[in-house]
Design a protein around this ligand. Structure first.
Ligand SMILES: NC(=O)c1ccc[n+]([C@@H]2O[C@H](COP(=O)([O-])OP(=O)(O)OC[C@H]3O[C@@H](n4cnc5c(N)ncnc54)[C@H](O)[C@@H]3O)[C@@H](O)[C@H]2O)c1
Ligand SMILES: [Zn+2]
Length: 223
């Protein structure tokens, strides 16, 4: 969803940072063994995201939220461009890059420093307490309350727009199968096909910034 705001996707070629792939850095193991390296990567991402602006696709979702009852945006993106665009009902499955969490006391705090200069950052609760980015890493459980909200939204959805996911990361991808099982009309918006493309009612091969505005204006003129 944020690719056209200049934020690389995880598995695309432009998702590389130095010689590392996101899957090698966004893990608890990477943070345990090389916290500074992981934080340098997050500093780089926070710099990119800090300069990014929502695109026409985000504006289109905002328009949909205004004209569709029970609109819910479930996202794996941690950049907050959705809220920046004004979208209210956002379920953040993977947390928020603008938050830190203490690995010792668990306190979650907003942190907008770019770049964070003293690496790795520490919590005030203890001299050894490292702060980590407030996001969900590979191999970690999704936040239960967010997951429940996402499942409820998908179970009750008449229309499920699946935008810009490779649909390979479980359990997020199982939301799509839940929607299909519960009889939602399913539409995939992605320039490439995914392992779930053949199960969709409709696949639109194109980008979020290009296709979402077209859908939003059609819905708006229908409403
Ligand atoms: N903890 C985290 O920080 C975290 C973890 C997983 C995913 N994410 C975010 O969620 C996104 C989706 O997760 P994923 O695991 O499916 O990522 P992914 O990188 O595997 O897949 C990205 C998908 O987006 C599609 N795409 C690229 N440009 C597009 C565009 N302009 N419009 C529509 N689709 C486009 C690609 O074809 C691909 O299918 C990631 O790109 C990443 O930004 C964040
Ligand atoms: Zn602490």
């Amino acid at each position: 969803m944020s690719a056209e705001s200049g934020i690389p996707t995880f598995r695309g070629a432009s998702g590389l940072w130095k010689q590392f792939r996101a899957e090698e850095l966004a893990t608890p193991q990477a943070f345990a063994s090389r916290p500074n390296l992981v934080w340098e990567w997050y500093n780089w991402r926070r710099e990119l995201i800090g300069e990014a602006k929502p695109h026409a696709g985000h504006e289109a979702l905002l328009l949909m939220e205004k004209c569709i009852p029970h609109f819910t945006l479930v996202t794996q993106n941690v950049d907050g461009l959705d809220k920046q665009a004004g979208i209210q009902n956002v379920v953040k499955l993977h947390g928020d890059i603008w938050q830190t969490v203490c690995t010792r006391c668990g306190e979650r705090r907003e942190n907008r420093e770019v770049p964070i200069s003293a690496l790795p950052p520490h919590c005030q609760c203890h001299p050894d307490a490292l702060l980590r980015p407030g996001v969900v890493w590979f191999g970690e459980a999704l936040p239960a309350a967010e997951w429940d909200r996402a499942v409820e939204a998908v179970e009750n959805a008449e229309l499920l727009l699946v935008v810009g996911t490779s649909a390979v990361v479980y359990p997020a991808s199982s939301l799509i199968t839940i929607g299909i099982r519960n009889g939602a009309h399913t539409v995939e918006i992605n320039p490439q096909s995914t392992p779930l493309s053949h199960e969709m009612d409709l696949c639109l091969a194109g980008s979020a910034a290009e296709l979402l505005p077209a859908i939003a204006s059609a819905l708006e003129s229908d409403a």
